[in-house]
Design a protein around this ligand. Structure first.
Ligand SMILES: [Zn+2]
Length: 107
């Protein structure tokens, strides 16, 4: 399987309108450049709300999430349920400390 740029197909189809439709479609697909899909990246940012306690915010879309117990990592949330961003693995941070960023007050 290979991912292609579907937008690149449109000019090809207009250019080959008179060709046999199926043959033209197959040619277009075979001639389209292969692309590497890009997934948005993010991280869980720990926030501390003095009323509700700790919650986690997606760095990509800002959507807040709470967990009943543990961190989003503890609960297998490797992607943001709102925007689909892939969360950087907290154990593979460049600084090596594996900690979730804390931006809330009182910590
Ligand atoms: Zn998000």
């Amino acid at each position: 399987m290979r991912a292609i740029d579907a937008d690149a197909c449109e000019p090809y189809f207009y250019e080959h309108l008179d060709d046999n439709a199926m043959a033209g479609a197959l040619n277009a697909i075979s001639e389209m450049p292969t692309i590497e899909p890009q997934r948005k990246k993010g991280t869980w940012i720990e926030q501390d709300d003095s009323w509700d306690g700790v919650y986690y915010e997606c760095s990509a879309c800002g959507e807040p999430w709470t967990t009943i117990d543990g961190t989003p990592w503890d609960n297998g949330m490797h992607f943001c349920p709102n925007c689909g961003a892939e969360m950087e693995d907290q154990d593979r941070n460049e600084d090596g400390n594996g900690a979730v960023a804390v931006l809330g007050e009182g910590r």
